[in-house]
Design a protein around this ligand. Structure first.
Ligand SMILES: Nc1ncnc2c1ncn2[C@@H]1O[C@H](COP(=O)(O)OP(=O)(O)OP(=O)(O)O)[C@@H](O)[C@H]1O
Ligand SMILES: [Mg+2]
Length: 509
């Protein structure tokens, strides 16, 4: 259910008070007003700076900046028997005043079971205990694809109307990517980042993507437990053929909506709801350390054409009782609002065991409960990519069939994959793989993880540069020979993991 449907349902079910937590006030006000309009109900807007205004009128009712006067006027309107929605910005912040709270409780009593709904909007939820039973709490929606395209076109039009030189240079694929990246930002933030890109070179083009991704990452990193990540293309990961095939089979049926987004004709946009196949829910990637599980999560998002958000487990666990679950609930809610996205939970076993037993007090158990319930009940179109290299930390409920669509096992890379890993990482550092004896290097790196092979190349770059030599096969080989891979140091752990996966016939990646 999207935000507008949700708010409509609450208005129709005669909830006296709804609290909307939102990062985008103006957008939320627009959505609520459009919901009210479509129900044939009038709406009023209030903020302490603007006073009480009827619908989108600029004039406000006489002396209604003060919350008490606004409530008085609202009461008159309620008494007249009108069906109305009152949208009150930050009103909850005034409720620590005893007189005002009393007044508000009287109004609640009056509007219960009537067609009047008070919607409080604010950045963070918080109402006095005694009115909580009357308050339904929801999270404000982010602008969706259609609204983002509308906004981009609007900004383009504004530039064209102004004297500023401006050119929009986006292929359909680039526009799709732009829209995907802008999702999760408020209209204000969208405008600000696009302006920033245009002002630097008078164009909006595919070249602006890194700037936009950086902006978005900054915004997300500042708040909450979700981190925004860029995705990867499949050719940057060696092996993982089964996983790539699995994803490829599902991507067209489910997420084709955004991939085929035509430029400037948002009405024609096909949506994933058109698809008859049920959307995939997610995969669990188990396996040996450094073998590309985290990298695979980025490839999954890239292949599905959706944005990638990582749940930051360090930020999730809070020392304050109750806050950890609240953080998780909030993060899951945000993800629902951002749908469709890829939710990446790296080292998922950590979600179920906070590092210190003392502060736990049952938190892990409750978090597990919240999480399993969410997995069971969610109906969104998000894709969950979870990774783990420690199966002992995973509760049995979690591995039971049905929780994930598929469980994959990432083992140490074999000869062909190792050769490909060498090729990928040499090329990444602007080196020509054809100038290296890949067969020799592959033959000498048995038991190495992808991460260790990459590390050998990086070390070889250092050693060759400090010797003032051009990097060659010899330098890489030296570093390989100097490395004691984890598969030797931790051979018992790795064998245990492998046997475990084998006994359960877990699909190799
Ligand atoms: N199959 C691969 N192809 C290309 N690069 C790889 C591959 N496997 C590992 N690498 C390189 O090693 C780095 C580390 O791998 P990654 O973090 O994905 O491993 P992981 O399985 O998640 O490890 P951990 O269990 O420690 O979290 C990657 O960023 C990538 O550069
Ligand atoms: Mg990892």
């Amino acid at each position: 259910m999207n935000f507008e449907e949700e708010i409509k349902l609450l208005i129709k079910s005669k909830y006296p008070v709804v609290f909307v937590e939102t990062i985008d006030e103006e957008h939320t006000v627009r959505q609520i007003s459009s919901a009210a309009n479509s129900l044939g109900i009038v709406f009023y807007r209030w903020s302490v700076t603007q006073g009480l205004q009827f619908e989108m009128n600029e004039n406000s009712f006489y002396h209604t900046s003060s919350p008490a006067m606004m409530l008085k006027t609202a009461l008159d309107i309620v008494d007249s028997g009108a069906r109305a929605v009152f949208i009150l910005k930050d009103f909850h912040k005034f409720l620590n005043d005893a007189v005002l709270l009393r007044f508000f409780k009287d109004i609640i009593a009056k509007i219960k079971d009537t067609a009047v709904t008070i919607v409080i909007i604010g950045g963070e939820y918080g109402v006095p205990e005694e009115i909580k039973p009357y308050v339904s709490r929801i999270t404000g929606g982010y602008p969706d694809d259609r609204e983002i395209i509308y906004e981009i076109n609007k900004i383009a039009q504004e530039f064209k109307n102004s004297k500023v030189k401006f050119q929009m240079d986006l292929s359909p694929v680039e526009l799709t990517r732009l829209v995907k990246t802008l999702k999760g930002l408020s209209i204000l933030q969208i405008r600000s980042v696009i302006n920033r890109c245009v002002i630097s070179d008078a164009r909006l083009s595919g070249h602006d993507m890194p700037e936009i991704e950086k902006f978005k990452k900054e915004i997300f990193d500042k708040e909450g437990c979700l981190e925004y990540y860029g995705s990867e293309i499949p050719s940057n990961i060696a092996g993982f053929e089964n996983l790539k095939k699995w994803i490829a089979q599902r991507k067209n049926s489910v997420f084709s909506g955004t991939a085929a987004l035509p430029p400037r004709v948002p009405e024609a946009m096909p949506t994933a709801e058109d698809s008859t196949l049920p959307p995939p829910k997610g995969v669990l990637l188990l396996g040996v350390q450094g073998c590309g599980k985290s990298l695979a999560a980025k490839v999954i998002a890239g292949e599905l054409g959706i944005a990638l958000y990582r749940l930051d487990l360090n930020r999730l666990y809070s020392k304050y009782i109750g806050e950890t679950e609240e953080n998780l609930r909030k993060a899951l809610k945000t993800v629902e609002m951002l749908s469709p996205v890829c939710l990446w939970i790296d080292e998922i076993e950590k979600i179920f065991a906070s590092s210190s037993g003392e502060i736990d007090g049952g938190v892990s158990q409750r978090v597990l409960g919240t999480f399993l319930t969410w997995m069971q009940e969610r109906k969104d179109r998000n894709f969950l990519a979870a990774t783990s290299n420690n199966i002992n930390g995973l509760p049995a409920e979690f591995l039971r069939k049905g929780r994930f669509d598929e469980i994959f096992f990432a083992d140490l890379p074999e000869v062909p994959e190792r050769e490909e890993i060498l090729r990928i990482h040499l090329a990444k550092r602007n080196l020509n793989p054809a100038e290296f004896d890949l067969k020799l290097l592959t033959g000498n790196s048995g038991g190495f993880s992808g991460a260790e092979i990459e590390q050998a190349i990086i070390s070889a770059l250092y050693s060759s540069s400090s010797a003032n030599e051009r990097i060659s096969t010899r330098h890489v080989l030296e570093q390989i020979n100097l490395t004691r891979p984890l598969s030797i140091i931790k051979s018992e752990d790795i064998n245990f993991l492998r046997n475990w996966a084998k006994e359960r016939a877990i699909l190799p990646v």
